[in-house]
Design a protein around this ligand. Structure first.
Ligand SMILES: Cc1cc2nc3c(=O)[nH]c(=O)nc-3n(C[C@H](O)[C@H](O)[C@H](O)COP(=O)(O)OP(=O)(O)OC[C@H]3O[C@@H](n4cnc5c(N)ncnc54)[C@H](O)[C@@H]3O)c2cc1C
Length: 366
């Protein structure tokens, strides 16, 4: 009999497992995948760490989170500065003075603000993503960097998509020549990729991979006093209110016989002329010097089968459905629900650390 069964060896489950073991609790971790690390898992190909479930860059301004993660790994100070390609033109993302200079030949922030202001459309209360984006970014940025990309990702016209709660944080607009996506004090990729983080978090902990909780539910549940569940909340309750929708992604990895394919880690393809949303060249995350390279095309899941659930569809229908599942979860004795799939929320890694450590404090105090 274990103290805790932890369903999911992703970031949330692994932090909880480590902390529980540290406090003398016995823990069994199971994951349906053949590896630990959840969506942070890196696959080594030709000495290059492939971010198998999409590019992941750690960033935080929280000293406690930074100190905590540095007990397990050190970082390479990689600064994420992606580009966007639209009709043959490369633009810096997020939108900054370099982007605005390329769009409008403006040179200083004052000119840029004036030009943007002349393009903005003012809505009292934007009713959809198109109105929201036009009111924040104006016509040019909306058409070149937002519209086609959002429609490709979601399969829905922007005028039918709801406004996004944190659009300004997802696609910041900055009047500086700073090309970094994240402005947090600390950022980077763990030296050697993300796998060493999980090897260290889960060191000495009982682990069963290739084990789907739902295929052995009764048996696994009977093996522990309490369960920490980090899988999909709708699946736990047999989809009784219907399934929670996600925009999914699908990745195709390819070895290319050249040293440097695109000159940067991530390029967003914001036009509809290609079906993929991004190309990722993994070696740039770790400044790799291999003679070959590995690139990944990221597709919206609807274009391929077997996409991973990535971005929750936060429309009112899904939100209301989630609230009903949450009520069931809160009433479920002996089970703690946590992580991005249980909370139906896209958390950053930093937020996942904060949430998991808060749960530890609550659950394992003393
Ligand atoms: C495309 C994308 C890019 C991102 N990029 C960044 C970034 O650059 N920086 C950043 O800070 N954050 C990023 N994130 C967020 C980051 O991925 C999450 O914060 C983190 O993965 C959350 O960890 P988790 O443990 O909650 O979930 P997950 O990593 O999804 O782990 C859940 C685990 O549970 C397992 N599981 C599920 N169901 C079962 C079952 N029935 N039985 C057994 N096991 C099960 C899964 O196999 C998985 O291993 C990104 C997210 C996405 C989708």
């Amino acid at each position: 009999m274990y103290d805790y069964l932890i369903v999911g060896a992703g970031l949330f489950g692994s932090i909880f497992a480590h902390q529980a073991k540290k406090r003398g609790k016995s823990v069994l971790v199971v994951d349906k995948r053949q590896h630990v690390g959840g969506n942070l898992y890196c696959q080594d190909e030709e000495g290059i760490n492939i971010h198998k479930y999409g590019p992941h860059v750690f960033h935080t301004a929280n000293i406690e989170v930074w100190d905590y993660i540095n007990d397990f790994v050190s970082f390479n100070n990689f600064q994420y500065s992606p580009m966007a390609l639209y009709q043959g033109w490369m633009y810096n993302l997020p939108c900054n003075m370099n982007t605005l200079n390329k769009l409008w030949s403006v040179v200083n922030p004052e000119e840029a603000r004036a030009r943007l202001e002349s393009q903005r459309v003012h809505y009292e209360k934007p009713l959809n993503l198109e109105e929201q984006a036009l009111s924040i970014y104006g016509k040019d940025i909306y058409e070149k960097l937002v519209k086609d990309f959002a429609e490709k990702l979601t399969g829905t016209p922007c005028e039918k998509l709801p406004p996004i709660a944190a659009l300004g944080a997802l696609l910041p607009l900055r009047y500086t020549y700073d090309n970094r996506y994240h402005t947090d004090t600390w950022q980077g990729i763990p030296v050697g990729g993300y796998n060493p983080l999980f090897d260290n978090l889960l060191s000495g902990i009982a682990l069963k991979l290739d084990t789907d909780f739902f295929e052995n539910r009764d048996q696994l549940t009977s093996m522990a006093h309490r369960v920490v569940y980090t899988g999909n909340i709708d699946q736990y309750f047999d989809y009784r209110f219907g399934s929670l929708d996600y925009y999914g992604l699908y990745y195709e990895h390819e070895l290319v016989n050249t040293r440097n394919h695109q000159g940067t880690a991530v390029i967003f393809y914001t036009g509809k002329e290609v079906p993929y949303t991004r190309i990722i060249e993994h070696k740039h995350f770790e400044r790799g010097r291999q003679p070959i390279t590995i690139v990944t095309h990221e597709y919206p899941a609807s274009t391929k089968k077997g996409g991973e659930p990535c971005y929750p569809v936060k429309d009112s229908e899904n939100h209301n459905r989630y609230i009903k599942y949450r009520e069931l979860a809160d009433a479920e004795a002996g089970v703690i629900f946590g992580g991005r799939l249980s909370d139906y929320t896209l958390y950053s890694m930093e937020q996942t650390f904060i949430n998991a450590l808060a749960l530890v404090k609550n659950e394992l105090a003393g």
